[in-house]
Design a binder for this molecule. Sequence first.
Ligand SMILES: *Cc1c(COP(=O)(O)O)cnc(C)c1O
Length: 333
Amino acid sequence: MIDVNCLIPSHLIWEARKRIYQVVQRTPLIKSHYLSSLVNGNVYLKLENTHPISAFKIRGAANKILGLPFDEQQKGVTTFSTGNHGLAVAYIAKQLGMKAVICMSPRVPKAKIDRINELGAKIEIYGKSQDDAKVRCEQLRDEEGLTIIPPFDDKAIICGQATIGTELIEDLPTIDTAIVPLSGGGLLAGIGLALKSYNNAIDIVGTSMERGAVMHESLKAGKPIELEEEETLADSLLGGIGLSNQYTFPLVRAMIDQTELVSEEAILNAMGLLIDKHRLIVEGAAATGVAALLKEKQKYEKKNVVIIISGSNVDITVVYDVMKAYLNQNRMV
Ligand SMILES: *Cc1c(COP(=O)(O)O)cnc(C)c1O
């Protein structure tokens, strides 16, 4: 087993912490009395949906971009993510008055394009797939000197996400368990690094949807693998981890105590429950933590548990359908 402290020494997390507060606000930790009484423990929600782009990815993007040398900042940045990472890069670049180019395939829905446009980033539609969009990013790097901001497999990105862990240590020093949505693993690797360096006994639970949990299958296989993408409510958890993954695979492997896969029905129910009990609209990816908690209630008895509510970028028509199904299932209509 490699020494993960050599991969990312913990002082980098504290440097990230100092750096990002120029552009990123601290998020609230609230107690869920409803979930606490269900599991007979203390359950808290870390509200990463309260950022201006409604997702935690602003932290990693801020740390990466603010840490670039001045001449690279002046040339600008690019990325090929159209999801929350793309929004984060566009937002941070705008705050810093920098150029940002978001590359995407023609298949990206108009609603997403509009949001990135609103943030003032330049959009380049290229090729046929997101892989082609990545090729366009590499051209922009080679031809115009733009810096590619990767979505998760990068030290600065991981340390940015790790600042969530530093806030948890301050707000809940007696934390026993963190439940963390898991896709590429930047979020879990970062939170794991921060929490385990504070107290190695803290449990880190990763949650993914049953349909296409690439990190989970890669952990089982002992190496990064690829899976077919399937439709899921947790669309922000889609995407591979990269066959030549450098950081997040070994870090997640070292940090994670358990993975919990949750069904589409359980994600739907968790989304409905958060609206019903907390008046909190979250996206499917962010609801996987609540779904995992409900799947194994007895495991969290008498524990201080934090669920990372990672974002709330969900189409309002999806919220409508979810709410209808939730109300029907619970015989409230
Ligand atoms: C990106 C994302 C995740 C997963 O983060 P990784 O670092 O890729 O594991 C979870 N939830 C939301 C809302 C996200 O945008």
